[in-house]
Design a protein around this ligand. Structure first.
Ligand code: ADP
Ligand code: MG
Length: 256
């Protein structure tokens, strides 16, 4: 199996006296969906923020395509092709789809905004993701359904030659039909060759769409496995106790 696109080795991160990530290894492959699971407070969002350069790690290695890199800001991460779609979508209701997708990275033609080219690229990106439910890219985001918003947020992330797209609970607020749409889109991103990390609490979503599952338990990586090698029950055990049979963390003091 080829070199991972992203590989983290031995990542540690504390906030003051609280160690939130302990010696975390994590790898993500292109063309695959990696589900990142774990209980509330396990450290999923913190790990993702370290990958996205929002937080600096205290120690550990960060490799892209097998090469060590330094990521100290979201800009560094963006340069490496890493885009994150956060839980709280960070779309602006009072702006339309094009304005949202290009917010802060607008195209210009001389001193004026190059609206036609942005409009075209926004429409092309949505079409490339086979998104057909959005009528016009000039619709205000406030007029979109939850699923459509999530779609726009994802399209925004893939607009920038991204290689790795990370989605923090993209279906948490969605109904059944919209969840299915978003999961289909997540699958399509990977099928187009991107590396995708999906944070989710929903085992059905995880099993429906992921190739690999990484389970965090109290800030430690309990296991990273192929989805076809585990059952729902095993993953639930990894999430709730950090181990399941021969998988997972070895108890301290135990002889391996
Ligand atoms: N900025 C912060 N300062 C202090 N503690 C934090 C901060 N962010 C997260 N934590 C703590 O880190 C732990 C992991 O949080 P988080 O990464 O949000 O978990 P998850 O996303 O898996 O629910 C929690 O105990 C949380 O309280
Ligand atoms: Mg979280």
């Amino acid at each position: 199996m080829g070199t991972p696109l992203l590989e983290l080795r031995g990542i540690n991160k504390s906030f003051g006296p609280v160690q939130v990530l302990r010696n975390v290894d994590f790898s993500v492959h292109p063309g695959e969906v990696t589900a990142l699971v774990g209980d509330n407070g396990a450290g999923k969002s913190t790990l993702v923020k370290c990958i996205g350069g929002i937080y600096s790690t205290d120690s550990g290695e960060y490799l892209m395509d097998g090469k060590p890199v330094h990521v100290h800001s979201p800009r560094d991460a963006a340069h490496l092709g890493v885009e994150i779609v956060y839980q709280d979508l960070a779309l602006c209701d009072n702006l339309d789809i094009v304005q949202n997708m290009f917010l802060g990275r607008e195209r210009r033609s001389g001193i004026i905004l190059d609206e036609p080219s942005m409009e075209e690229l926004a429409a092309k990106t949505l079409a490339g993701l086979s998104v057909r439910t959005v009528k016009s890219v000039r619709q205000l985001v406030s007029s979109l359904s939850g699923g459509q918003r999530q779609t726009v947020a994802i399209a925004k992330a893939v607009l920038w030659n991204s290689k790795l797209v990370i989605l923090d609970e993209p279906t948490a607020a969605l109904g059944v039909a919209q969840t299915a749409q978003v999961l289909e889109l997540v699958r399509r991103l990977a099928d187009n060759g991107l590396a995708v990390v999906l944070i989710s609490h929903n085992m059905n979503d995880v099993f429906a769409v992921s190739d690999r599952i990484a389970a965090l338990y109290l800030g430690q990586m309990a296991a990273q496995v192929k989805t076809t090698d585990v059952t729902h029950a095993q993953v639930v055990e990894l999430i709730t106790s950090g181990r399941s049979g021969s998988l997972g963390l070895v108890e301290e003091g135990a002889v391996a």
